[in-house]
Write a protein that binds this ligand. Structure first.
Ligand SMILES: [Zn+2]
Length: 66
């Protein structure tokens, strides 16, 4: 599976809760998901913004699906 698809699936599963790139990378055992996260943003209801990550209660850039 492509990284983009893996990230999309993971974020969709948590929807509508936001999650940050480092947590996505850790949960999916991927090195870097920033590229995929940026690519997803703006498509299929995915949105990147400042917010609080659902998985570690830390604010920063997160992505969520509405
Ligand atoms: Zn996080």
């Amino acid at each position: 599976m492509k990284i983009l698809d893996e990230v999309a699936r993971f974020v969709a599963r948590l929807a509508p809760e936001p999650v940050c790139d480092p947590c996505i990378a850790q949960k999916l055992s991927l090195d870097d998901v920033a590229l995929a996260s940026h690519e997803l943003a703006g498509s299929h209801g995915f949105q990147r913004s400042k917010g609080v990550c659902r998985l570690r209660d830390q604010s920063g850039m997160v992505i969520r699906r509405h």
